[in-house]
Design a protein around this ligand. Structure first.
Ligand code: NAD
Length: 505
């Protein structure tokens, strides 16, 4: 008997939908189907593949409100955030690849050194096969759709396993594929949790694209490495915001409040640590508290999505309070009760031995810490295991560039928050425990492609100079190498006479 999956609204507990779970035994059959679909799909022209992706764009534009409502029901997000941060990025990336994919995937000619005179060189891009996409619950739509769409454009078939925490999003994506008549099995959705994820990873993917926690990412990376399956891991963050005394205070405060509390802080690139120069620390905190108190629950902040995450947030906040931190807004975790709506929290008196500074919290909490010098700010910002995004706030552009260049992070923003992920031209991904590999931009198609480097010879010459026989060649080749790497004029003369002779021999 198959398990019935039931989806409930995270905040109200109301049943949204129910359907059958994908069983681990079905996994081999799914890969067989994906393989067959790959033969068909990879042989369609890029233009044809893009025409289906364009249909997805029109479907999303024509059904915006319905899709936003489904995302909100699955996650507890507020509508504006579902629209701007979960739906819109998918439309944006489609528009980007509609225009750019032909250039990105087309043959790239590269120079051929003079030493290989007569030959030409290029790179071609071919699809890999079946891509397994495993996605999380915080932006369940875009974090599924963007890798799926990118892999499909590059010519792969895809198996998607969305998060079991927001399972209706998998149904929504299946529905979209049906509505636009995407050829059968080019995209399959596997409905289920960790065990199903494990079975899919142990199956026969040709590439794995994973977004989720460091813990799961590490397991998948190990498993994939054993079989040399290429993978991309988009993992957690603990993003620092560094505010210097010469920053626009108002903008920095507004940026911090939005960057820490959007999506109730359940963002991999959330502002999870704010470092403020000590000369403005007091004023900055006052303004932060004032702005945070203006936020309206249900309108500016949605509910948490996953009760397990609430436990982690509670644990981090309690650990900080036990160690002497002060809670300036929001309520003590002991007073949260059963509600999934958690008021935004600002913490001061924060020290570096607290989990709130070292571990990913993924909730509406903003710890604020003072610093004195630029070096200290950089050292503190770089002090965690994570490296997803960071922001630097100052009106001094030289200082901004200098400090940014010293941050160990996959992306950074200057006088802004989070926005680097929103520009489809910019590759996105982390360093350190925040992951490996990049998507979006050109990389977003290359990670789903097998790159082949080709050197082509017209095939007329009898042989190359370094081929057999070696007799009497050593001295001549030696002269050629010396000339090649030191004296270009001598080389040109040698190329005209010597190489011809050497080849004839
Ligand atoms: P998670 O690792 O618990 O789950 C993610 C997905 O992996 C789910 O679909 C889950 O079913 C599946 N899974 C779990 N164990 C598995 C296993 N052993 N084998 C295969 N699949 C398995 O993460 P989550 O709680 O859903 O997501 C939150 C995390 O995701 C946070 O750490 C957040 O920072 C991170 N995240 C990163 C990015 C990014 O782009 N870097 C974006 C969003 C979220």
């Amino acid at each position: 008997m198959k398990n019935v999956l039931v989806a409930k609204h995270p905040a109200t507990g109301e049943t949204i939908d129910q359907w059958l779970e994908t069983e681990a035994q079905q996994v081999p059959d799914m890969y067989d189907k994906a393989s067959a679909a790959f033969q068909y799909w990879s042989n369609r022209s890029l233009e044809t593949r893009l025409s289906f992706i364009t249909k997805i764009k029109h479907h999303l534009l024509d059904n915006m409100d319905e899709i936003v409502d489904e995302i909100c029901a699955a996650t507890g997000k507020v509508k504006t955030e579902a629209l701007t941060a979960d739906l819109m990025p998918v439309i944006d990336i489609i528009q980007y690849y509609e225009k750019r994919a032909p250039r990105i995937l087309k043959r790239k000619r590269v120079s051929t050194p003079l030493l290989f005179v007569g030959k030409s060189s290029y790179m071609d891009y071919f699809p890999l096969g079946t891509v397994l996409v495993i996605s999380p619950w915080n932006y369940p739509f875009q974090l599924s759709m963007i890798p799926v769409i990118s892999a499909l454009i590059a010519g792969n078939s895809v198996i998607l396993k969305p998060s079991e925490v927001t399972p209706t999003i998998g149904l929504l994506i299946e529905k979209i594929a049906r509505e636009i008549n995407l050829p059968k099995n080019v995209l399959q959705v596997a409905h289920g949790g960790k065990e199903l994820g494990k079975a899919l990873v142990s199956g026969t993917p040709d590439s794995i694209f994973f977004t989720g926690s460091v813990e799961t990412g590490r397991k998948i990376g190990v498993e994939a490495s054993k079989r040399f399956i290429p993978y991309t891991l988009e993992l957690g963050g603990k993003d620092p915001m560094i505010v210097f005394e010469d920053a626009s205070l108002k903008r920095a405060v507004h940026g911090a409040v939005w960057g820490a509390f959007t999506n109730a802080g359940q963002v991999c690139m959330s502002i999870e640590r704010v470092y403020v120069q000590s000369s403005i620390h007091g004023e900055f905190i006052d303004r932060l508290v004032e702005e945070t108190k203006k936020l309206k629950m249900g309108e500016d902040l949605g509910s948490l999505t996953f009760s397990h995450q609430k436990d982690i947030i509670k644990d981090h906040v309690k650990d900080a309070l036990d160690k002497g931190a002060l809670l300036l807004t929001g309520s003590h975790p002991d007073d949260w009760g059963e509600s999934m709506y958690i008021e935004p929290m600002i913490l001061t008196n924060v020290t570096e031995d607290m989990k709130i500074v070292t571990e990913e919290t993924f909730g509406p909490v903003m710890p604020v810490i003072a610093f004195t010098t630029e070096e200290e700010a950089i050292q503190k910002a770089n002090s965690t295991d994570f490296g997803l995004n960071a922001s630097v706030w100052t009106k001094d552009s030289t200082k901004a560039d200098r400090v940014t260049s010293k941050l160990i992070t996959g992306s950074a923003v200057i006088n802004d928050v989070l926005v680097s992920v929103a520009n489809p031209h910019l590759p996105f991904g982390g360093v350190k425990s925040s992951g490996t590999g990049r998507y979006h931009g050109d990389d977003g198609l290359y990670i789903f492609s097998r790159q082949m480097s080709v050197m082509k010879d017209p095939g007329i010459k009898q042989r190359e100079i370094n081929w057999y026989p070696y007799e009497n060649k050593y001295g001549k080749i030696r002269t050629l190498i010396k000339a090649y790497f030191s004296n270009k004029k001598q080389l040109a003369a040698l190329m005209r006479s010597g190489i011809k002779q050497l080849r004839k021999k």
